[in-house]
Design a protein around this ligand. Structure first.
Ligand code: MN
Ligand code: MN
Length: 314
C-alpha cells in the first residue's frame, strides 16, 4: 500500500507490461476481494455434498480463492452442528460431510492484507430452514440500522430481536468485529445481543456475524489441540523448527490466522507449535461449540460504514 492509501495492481501485470499499471483505492481492492469471496461462497455451496471429505472441501475452497486472485485471510472454517467457529480440518482429518449436517462455511479473502470476512450456512437435510433464515435475516436487519453514528448496542439489539423472533438464541459471546490492514480483529465489536456502547464511524470496516442457536446461546472452547493459530509476537527462539515456523508465518501470513496443515513442510511441526505457544509467540484457537446436539447457524458479511448506511462488500 502506498502512503496516499492506494495500492498497486498485481505485480505480474506491471512486469509483464500487458495492461497499464493501475492504482486501485483501498475500497476498490476490498471490492475485488469481496467479489472473490462471493464466488467462493457459491463454489462452496456447489461442493458441499454428503460424503465429501472435510479436508478436501476446505482445501478446494482455499485453492479456489487463490486461483481467483486472492489469498485466504484465514483457514476456511467448516463448523458442523453445534460447532460455531474455529474448526478447520487437520491434514489427517478423514471425516466426511453427513447427509443431515448443518454446515457453516466461514471464509476470508485478502489482497495485500486488505480483508473481507464472510460466512453462510448450508442445511444439507433441508430440515433446518428456519434456523438458517434466522441468522440471515438478523444480518439483513443489522445492516439496515448501521450507519455513521449508529450505536453498536442497537445493532446487537436488532440481531437479538430477530433471532429470538424465530425462537432461537443469538450466541452472545461471539461478536462481529472491525477489520484493518492485516488485522482480522481490529478491536471494535458488533455484538450479537444488546451489549456494548460504541458509535460507528465513517469509513470503518466491519464484519457482522449473527449466530442463531438451538442450544444455550453461549460457546465454550474445546481443549484438544488447535488447528488454527496466529502470531502474537516475535523474538529469537532457540529451536530450529520453531524459527522456521516464525519465518514462514511472518513472511506469508503476518498476523493473520494460519492452519497447522499449511505448514506441513516444517519437520517436528507439532513440537515447534507447542514450543512457540508456551513462549506466548503464537496463539492456538480451540474449537468453539454450543451444547452437545444443539445446532448453530451463521451468516456473515463485511461492510464499510457510510453516512447513510453501509456498503456491502460480499
Ligand atoms: Mn468469518
Ligand atoms: Mn468474522
Amino acid at each position: 500500500m502506498t502512503e496516499d492509501g492506494s495500492i498497486a495492481a498485481s505485480e505480474n501485470e506491471a512486469t509483464s507490461g500487458a495492461p497499464a499499471e493501475e492504482e486501485l483505492t483501498v475500497e476498490q481492492v476490498l471490492e475485488k476481494a469481496g467479489v472473490i469471496a462471493r464466488k467462493a461462497l457459491l463454489y462452496a455451496q456447489g461442493e458441499a455434498k454428503p460424503g465429501v471429505k472435510l479436508l478436501d472441501l476446505a482445501e478446494k475452497i482455499e485453492l479456489f480463492i487463490t486461483d481467483n486472485g486472492g489469498k485466504p485471510a484465514f483457514p476456511v472454517n467448516l463448523g458442523i452442528g453445534n460447532v460455531a467457529a474455529h474448526y478447520t480440518p487437520s491434514a489427517e482429518e478423514t471425516a466426511v460431510l453427513g447427509e443431515k449436517d448443518v454446515l457453516k462455511v466461514d471464509l476470508g479473502v485478502h489482497i495485500e492484507g486488505l480483508i473481507v470476512d464472510c460466512a453462510q450456512t448450508i442445511d444439507l437435510s433441508g430440515e433446518n430452514g428456519k434456523l438458517v433464515e434466522a441468522s440471515k435475516k438478523a444480518l439483513e436487519n443489522a445492516l439496515s440500522v448501521m450507519r455513521v453514528g449508529a450505536n453498536s448496542r442497537d445493532v446487537g439489539a436488532e440481531i437479538q430481536k430477530t433471532i429470538e423472533s424465530y425462537g432461537f438464541k443469538p450466541i452472545e459471546n461471539l461478536c462481529g468485529h472491525s477489520l484493518q490492514h492485516w488485522e482480522l480483529h481490529a478491536g471494535r465489536e458488533i455484538p450479537n445481543v444488546a451489549m456494548g456502547n460504541s458509535l460507528l464511524e465513517e469509513g470503518e470496516i466491519y464484519a457482522v456475524e449473527p449466530f442463531a442457536s438451538t442450544g444455550s446461546g453461549r460457546v465454550r472452547e474445546a481443549t484438544d489441540s488447535a488447528e488454527i493459530y496466529s502470531l502474537m509476537g516475535a523474538k529469537n527462539v532457540r529451536m530450529q523448527a520453531s524459527r522456521r515456523v516464525l519465518e514462514l508465518v511472518a513472511e506469508e501470513y503476518r498476523t493473520l490466522p494460519f492452519a497447522k496443515r499449511w505448514l506441513q513442510e516444517v519437520p517436528m511441526l507439532q513440537f515447534a507449535l507447542s514450543d512457540l505457544e508456551k513462549q506466548g509467540l503464537i496463539h492456538g484457537y480451540g474449537v468453539l461449540h454450543d451444547d452437545a446436539k444443539s445446532l448453530v447457524s451463521q451468516a456473515e458479511t463485511t461492510v464499510i460504514i457510510e453516512k447513510d448506511g453501509v456498503k456491502v462488500l460480499v
